[in-house]
Design a protein around this ligand. Structure first.
Ligand SMILES: NC(=O)c1ccc[n+]([C@@H]2O[C@H](COP(=O)([O-])OP(=O)(O)OC[C@H]3O[C@@H](n4cnc5c(N)ncnc54)[C@H](OP(=O)(O)O)[C@@H]3O)[C@@H](O)[C@H]2O)c1
Length: 252
């Protein structure tokens, strides 16, 4: 067990994400924390507790509706979950699905698809950030990482395209930046940051990997290790940060 792990726990939201799975594996292997709570809509073995490498990992199911998020967070507040959270990761996010493709030009914009991505990529993380505030007030020190993307940077947009995904991540960044101001007052032990994992070999990036050089296509395990290293160094400065996989700041 390393020094960070004494009576601390991690909350991994969107545990079905390939990067989330790698994070859980890395934290159990390194004993970054003493307990993990993993939340997902879809993962098999829901509402179970497994023991990996001597570490309890509880899987809880949630459909990410406002009511379900609040109910789950109420569950986390009961005494059996009384270790403070030292790490929170919101790993959810969608770029494409069976009926959504990233737009190449304005003619591709579709109101319903855009609303769906805004809901998944902006509103769902915002609901988690809202619901977790009372729980995280009790954490003396908690690193709260929300998966964004570099394409959510307004100042770094040189190529265009991907309207809905870009807009939903830019809006997410604004939620993070704004919430960090309020958290600094109401839950000052929390450091919030938007995280860009780079291009990672997962279902999300698979259709878009053709032109990515091999050394720029990361494994989930590599990115998980990078993120845990960033979490152990990130300054608790009362502000949101926007960081890439190397820990380098991205302009908002
Ligand atoms: N892979 C990349 O190259 C890349 C690059 C930049 C940013 N990112 C960001 O990194 C994060 C993780 O991506 P990944 O590559 O690990 O993707 P992934 O393996 O495809 O995982 C998808 C994630 O999105 C959630 N999700 C899927 N459909 C959803 C829906 N309808 N409503 C709410 N949540 C839904 C899943 O949650 P459940 O566990 O509940 O299924 C899961 O956490 C995302 O925020 C993504 O935007 C990835």
């Amino acid at each position: 067990m390393n020094s960070e792990s004494a009576s601390s726990k991690a909350l991994v939201i969107g545990a079905g994400s390939a990067i989330a799975q790698a994070l859980i594996a890395a934290m159990t292997h390194n004993h970054t924390v003493s307990e993990i709570v993993a939340v997902s809509r879809t993962m098999p073995g829901q509402d179970t507790c497994t023991q990996t490498n001597d570490m309890p990992v509880s899987y809880l199911s949630c459909d990410y509706s406002s009511a379900a998020i609040n109910q789950l967070v109420a569950q986390l507040s009961v005494p059996q979950h009384n270790n403070p959270f030292s790490h929170v990761f919101i790993c959810t996010g969608v770029l494409h699905n069976e009926h959504i493709k990233p737009e190449k030009r304005l003619e591709d914009l579709d109101a319903a698809q855009m609303a769906e991505l805004m809901h998944i990529n902006t509103i769902v993380p915002a609901l988690w950030i809202q619901a977790l505030l009372p729980v995280l007030k009790q954490s003396p020190r908690c690193v709260f990482s929300v998966f964004s993307a570099r394409v959510g940077s307004i100042s770094d947009n040189h190529k265009g395209g991907w309207y809905s995904y870009r807009a939903s991540k830019a809006a997410l960044n604004m939620v993070i930046k704004t919430a960090a101001i309020e958290y600094a007052r109401r839950a000052p032990g929390v450091k919030l940051f938007a995280f860009h994992p780079g291009t990672v070999d997962t279902a999300l990036s698979r259709p878009f990997q053709k032109n990515v050089p091999a050394d720029k296509l990361f494994t989930p395990a590599f990115v998980a290790a990078q993120l845990l290293s960033i979490c152990s160094h990130v300054p608790f400065d009362g502000e949101a940060s926007y960081l890439d996989w190397a820990g380098a700041p991205i302009t908002w």
